[in-house]
Design a protein around this ligand. Structure first.
Ligand SMILES: [Zn+2]
Length: 234
């Protein structure tokens, strides 16, 4: 296993499709890099407002505001200050089509953010993670990266691949290198960060039984003492 502190990066940009993916996918590496004094910025692509569409008490706007608060609380657990969180506020489960004005605006925003921050490492969703927003967030990040002339190391993380991925969703043998980071010192912080997403992990929203809940098995699977990333070969 690899020590995250061996990463040759001092400015790290994390792209999270939803508030909670930063913690589920990258919480251990983020906490360790922050503990080492490196700068980590996190971009939340969607507003998370579609996890409980059947709730009357939590209409989309209220839930989106709640999820922003939860995202900031989770980042605090990982040592990331609120000033390093950025919200693109695209619609959860309904991201704009590639090339549409809304999409191009989001790519512009992300491109500007990258131009100002100059990350030397970008942690982004696995390109075929089996969730539409995760794939769209990868594509959006890829488009922004393609506009920059700097060479940036990118690592892709999967949240849903091992649970619901089809064989074709997994990386091909020659497509990407698998890197396993030892996050043992950061597992407790990671679990706290995941738990900060109260709307996704508890019965806070009690009037939508069909609403989304992170299953304990999913949390346990993603809070083991290691995190897996894929480094594209091309
Ligand atoms: Zn997600």
């Amino acid at each position: 296993m690899t020590d995250p502190l061996a990463l040759p990066a001092s400015r790290i940009l994390v792209v999270a499709p939803h508030p909670d993916d930063e913690s589920l996918g990258c919480g251990g590496v983020i906490a360790m890099l922050r503990g080492d004094g490196r700068t980590v910025k996190v971009v939340f692509v969607t507003d998370g407002g579609a996890s409980h569409t059947g709730s009357r008490h939590w209409p989309r706007w209220r839930l989106a505001a709640r999820r922003r608060e939860e995202a900031l609380a989770a980042l605090e657990c990982l040592g990331v200050p609120a000033r390093d969180a950025h919200f693109l506020d695209l619609a959860d489960a309904d991201m704009p089509p590639a090339g549409s004005p809304l999409d191009l605006g989001a790519v512009d925003t992300l491109t500007r953010l990258m131009a100002g921050f100059k990350p030397d490492l970008v942690l982004m969703p696995w390109r075929r993670d089996p969730h539409c927003d995760h794939r769209d967030a990868w594509r959006l990040t890829h488009d922004a990266l393609s506009r920059t002339e700097r060479q940036v190391l990118t690592l892709e993380y999967a949240v849903w691949l091992d649970e619901i991925g089809a064989p074709a969703d997994h990386p091909g043998k020659d497509e990407a290198e698998r890197i396993v980071f030892d996050i043992t010192p950061a597992v407790d912080a990671k679990r706290l960060a995941v738990a900060a997403h109260v709307s996704q992990t508890s019965d806070l929203i009690h009037d939508d039984p069909a609403g989304f809940r992170l299953k304990p098995e999913t949390i346990d699977r993603l809070c083991r003492p290691f995190e897996i990333y894929w480094r594209p070969r091309s």
